[in-house]
Design a protein around this ligand. Structure first.
Ligand SMILES: [Zn+2]
Length: 432
C-alpha cells in the first residue's frame, strides 16, 4: 500500500534524524540525490533560472529552493515552513555525576516541553554535534556524532516507595530525571567520561574536542501499529513528519512557474529566537538574495512577497479517544481524515479566511479531505512557527499540520493515511 510504504519511509527518516543536526543532514542527503546544489551564506550567489539549491544554517536549519520558470515577481514564492527540533534532554557541560559511590549519572537539562514521564524506563541513546579544533581559531570544525546504542536509562522509583505514583506525581528536573549510564568500577572511568566516549566514537584525541551540543533520544525505532497498521508510533513526529512531507513534495514536483521553497527552522520548541529559528531574518534574507541574484531591485522583492504564500506546517491535535472532552465541541480532527487547518482568535496561528480558502482549494484539487482545529475556548493551546515568521516576512500564510495524539510524548501517535494526504496537498501547492 502506498500510504504504508510512505509512512515506513517517514519512520526510517526519523530514525536517521535523532537531533536537529541529523535531520538537516538527512534532508541534505535527499536533496543531493535529487541534484540540488549546496550553496553557502558567505559566497556570492549566481543562481540560474529553474536551478535547484539549498543552504544550511548552523547545521541545524536548512532552506531548499527550486527557482520557477515564470517571472519571479508575478509568480512569487511558494513556501512551506517546518521545524527540525523536538522536545528532549540536553547534556550539560562536565556532565558526570557519581551517585552513592556506585552509579554514574549524566547531568542534563530539559529542552522544550517534553511529557517528562514518557522518558522514564526507556533505553536512551545520545547524539548531536561536536566542535573540534581547526587550523583557524575563528573557524573550528564541527562533526555529527550518533552513539546509537542503548547506553542510558532514567529509572522510575518503585511504586512501593511512593504509593501516590498512580495519582499523579511531580517530577523534579534536576533530581528525578538524570539518566544512569553505568556502575562505577575499574572499567568505567568517571573522569571525563563524556569526552572519552566522544573521542572513541569520532576517533579523535580528547585534546581536539572544544565543546559539544549533545541530546538524549529514544533508542527504539518507531513502528506502524494498530490492527490494520493504521497508526505511526514514533519519536519526533513533531515536526519531522512535516519536514519529511515538505522535502519529498518539493523533490517530486518538477518544474513549476513559481519558485518553490522549503524551510526547516531549528529551535521552535524553545521560542524560535535564535539565528537559525523562525524568529530570525534567515528566510527573509535568503528570499531577498534570490531576488538580487535575478538582478531585480528591492521594490521587485516586496512585490514578489505580495504574490507569495506560506504554509506553516506543524502537527495538529487529533481528538483523543480517552479524553474527548478536551477538544472543541464541533471541530474535532480525527486521525486519517486528512490534514488539519489551525485557527485561533488570539492569532496564535496565521490562518485567516483568505489563507484558509486557499489551502482548502489546494486540498480539493489534490483530492485530499481537510479538517479544522480550534482550541476549546477555555484552553490556551500551543504556539508554532507561522506567527513568528510573520514578524519578519509579510506574506499570506496558513497554519496546518497532520493530526496527532500525544504531542510531545517520547512516542507520538499519527495516522498512516494523513502523512500521505498532507504530502499530496504540498505537491499540489508547489504545482499551483
Ligand atoms: Zn511542532
Amino acid at each position: 500500500m502506498e500510504s504504508q510504504k510512505f509512512a515506513q519511509e517517514l519512520i526510517d527518516f526519523i530514525y536517521k534524524s535523532p537531533t536537529a543536526f541529523h535531520a538537516v543532514d538527512s534532508v541534505g542527503k535527499i536533496l543531493l540525490a535529487c541534484v540540488y546544489k549546496e550553496i553557502f551564506e558567505n559566497e556570492s550567489w549566481k543562481l540560474k533560472k529553474e536551478g535547484k539549491y539549498f543552504m544550511m544554517k548552523n547545521s541545524s536549519a536548512v532552506i531548499a529552493f527550486h527557482l520557477g520558470r515564470g517571472e519571479l515577481v508575478e509568480e512569487g514564492f511558494r513556501i512551506i515552513a517546518a521545524h527540525t527540533d523536538s522536545p528532549c534532554f540536553r547534556v550539560k557541560p562536565s556532565p558526570e555525576i557519581v551517585s552513592e559511590d556506585a552509579y554514574l549519572k549524566l547531568n542534563t537539562e530539559v529542552y522544550g516541553l517534553p511529557i517528562l514521564n514518557t522518558w522514564l524506563d526507556r533505553p536512551l541513546a545520545i547524539a548531536g554535534r561536536i566542535t573540534l579544533k581547526g587550523n583557524n581559531l575563528m573557524k573550528p570544525i564541527t562533526k555529527l556524532v550518533n552513539i546509537n546504542r542503548p547506553i542510558l536509562i532514567i529509572p522510575n522509583l518503585a511504586i512501593h516507595m511512593n504509593r501516590n505514583m498512580n495519582t499523579g506525581i511531580a517530577l523534579n528536573e534536576q533530581k528525578d530525571l538524570l539518566p544512569v549510564v553505568g556502575l562505577i568500577n575499574d572499567n568505567l572511568q568517571k573522569d571525563n567520561f563524556m569526552l572519552k566516549l566522544i573521542s572513541q566514537e569520532l576517533k579523535v584525541n580528547i585534546g581536539e574536542i572544544l565543546d559539544f551540543d549533545l541530546f538524549l533520544y529514544e533508542f527504539e525505532k518507531g513502528s506502524l501499529i494498530g490492527i490494520n497498521n493504521e497508526f505511526i508510533s514514533c519519536s519526533r513526529l513533531d515536526d519531522l513528519a512535516m519536514v519529511h512531507a515538505g522535502i519529498i513534495a518539493m523533490t517530486k514536483v518538477g518544474s513549476s512557474k513559481a519558485t518553490k521553497v522549503m524551510v526547516c527552522f531549528d529551535n521552535e520548541e524553545v521560542g524560535s529566537s535564535t539565528k537559525q529559528g523562525a524568529g530570525s531574518p534567515m528566510l527573509a534574507q535568503l528570499l531577498e538574495r534570490i531576488t538580487i541574484s535575478m538582478t531585480l531591485d528591492r521594490e521587485a522583492y516586496f512585490r514578489t512577497l505580495s504574490n507569495s504564500f506560506l504554509i506553516s506546517a506543524d502537527l495538529a491535535h487529533a481528538l483523543h479517544p480517552n479524553t474527548p472532552e478536551k477538544a472543541d465541541p464541533i471541530n474535532r480532527p480525527i486521525i486519517n481524515k486528512g490534514p488539519v487547518i489551525k485557527i485561533s482568535a488570539r492569532q496564535s496561528y496565521t490562518s485567516d479566511s483568505f489563507s484558509v480558502g486557499v489551502y482548502e482549494s489546494i486540498c480539493k484539487k489534490a483530492g485530499v479531505p481537510v479538517q479544522k482545529f480550534v482550541n476549546r475556548s477555555d484552553e490556551r493551546g500551543g504556539s508554532t512557527i507561522g506567527p513568528i515568521s510573520s514578524q519578519h516576512l509579510d506574506i499570506n500564510a496558513v497554519d496546518i499540520g497532520s493530526p496527532i495524539i500525544a504531542m510531545h510524548s517520547i512516542r507520538e501517535l499519527a495516522g498512516v493515511e494523513d502523512h500521505l494526504m498532507t504530502e499530496k496537498s504540498f505537491e499540489e501547492f508547489y504545482k499551483s
